[in-house]
Design a protein around this ligand. Sequence first.
Ligand SMILES: Nc1ncnc2c1ncn2[C@@H]1O[C@H](COP(=O)(O)OP(=O)(O)OP(=O)(O)O)[C@@H](O)[C@H]1O
Ligand SMILES: [Mg+2]
Length: 503
Amino acid sequence: MAVALTFRQMRERQAARRALENVQARVAGIIDSAMDAVVTVDEDQRVVLFNTAAEKVFRWPKSAVIGQPIEMLLPERLRAGHRRHIGRFGETGVTSRRMGDQTVLVGLRANGEEFPIEASISQHSEDGKRLFTVILRDVTERVHAEQRLARSEARLRGILDSAMDAIITVDATQKVVLFNAAAEAVFGCSRSEAIGAPLAWFIPERFRAEHEQHVKHFGQTGTTSRRMGAQRIVTGLRRNGEEFPIDASISQITENGAKLYTVILRDVTERVQAEDALRRSREELRELAAASNSVREQEKSRIARELHDELGQALTALKMDVEWMRERISPDQKMLEDKLNAMHGLLDSTVAATRRISSDLRPLMLDDLGLLPAVEWLIQNFRQRTGITCEFALGAPDLELDDPYATAIFRILQESLTNVSRHAQASLVEVTLDAHEGEAMLTVRDNGVGFRTDAPHKPSSYGLMGVAERAYLLGGNVKIDSERNRGTTIEVRIPLRRSLEEA
Ligand SMILES: Nc1ncnc2c1ncn2[C@@H]1O[C@H](COP(=O)(O)OP(=O)(O)OP(=O)(O)O)[C@@H](O)[C@H]1O
Ligand SMILES: [Mg+2]
């Protein structure tokens, strides 16, 4: 019975040993096939376990390491520190911890090469003896990658910071994640303050909702880049509350499934001020031109009237005197009569010249009889001088325009006809004048050689510029339609206001 029992006990013990051996073999197998290097040391810090991954990492065969002090796997300068570290770890009795949480540790390969490692250590007791196991990984690649990343980030930061334009990146929740040096200067806000702040900080309150809408829409359309507010300049807000005009463009990228928006912008305060100044000075120039135009017209009108009334009357009186004398001299005074005839002829042509000069300056008809008779006179005069057929069509028979419209239309027609006679080589001109729905319209069409309207402005050619200016000053516009050998059409539209005060 006792023998049988002993035999059973023996069998059970054997089985238990086999099971244990199996487990040990399995554990050894697992340890050996682990991706990480596993190194176990005893209390004397001599290596008792060194797996295949450890062989690969340290480049030592197992046989060269087992039984040797752990220091052979460490660079000389770190050996003392390491021994203390393990000793302390043994005393504190913490069973498992990461080694060197902050810094990456350094290992030493068989060939003397050092390499960065990441390791954790644990301890356990076997047969009353303490063992320490280090699981470690060669992180050379990762450290290199991190260094490369850090370098490229530093490079990017340098580029971003040397950019003249402010660059701000926000995430999908419109929180700032990037803020370059120019942005700091433009918005008067430090990077550390700006990072994590809502973009709304930099947008005046009244534009915030609209801006958010804009960005959302932009995110949905998926366009990668566009100018913001192509029409108008957007407004930014400095940290000190000051608003300023900006010119901005926005782009988006998706990083790890999250949208990032980058705005590149420029403070255009000075440009806007310069534009305002330019616009003001242009307006002033226009007003000046208008004023000088009207003064010139008045002056011409005065001189034309004096020529006509004073000089013309006096010449006419002289002519009548000459006629009176001619009737009274005796027939035998032939020389005297010839002289009087010559005087009479000279007076005739001087009167005609005076009239011509006077009406070229400004036809008195325009002031005395109105636009229509003046236009008819101008056209008749054009026909006579040039021999070109000129047709005139009046849209509104009762058309009556006062100044400044009458003068403007008369002068525009005068310049257009002068251009036809000087440049067009036309055989036919059609003039139409119309006024309806509060708008005066003048068209001058010729069948001449035409010209290129997109050609650069000729120096000392001011006629068409004057035409445009006169129309513009009255709120109207000029359309010039011309092509080589297809003739020229000039169309002028001027809105009519009811009273002159509004003009
Ligand atoms: N009806 C036309 N037919 C052909 N060419 C024309 C006509 N009107 C204008 N042009 C062209 O356009 C140019 C500019 O005309 P614009 O009236 O501004 O100046 P200009 O007649 O040359 O000089 P001015 O300052 O004395 O009027 C002319 O030089 C001519 O080449
Ligand atoms: Mg001209």
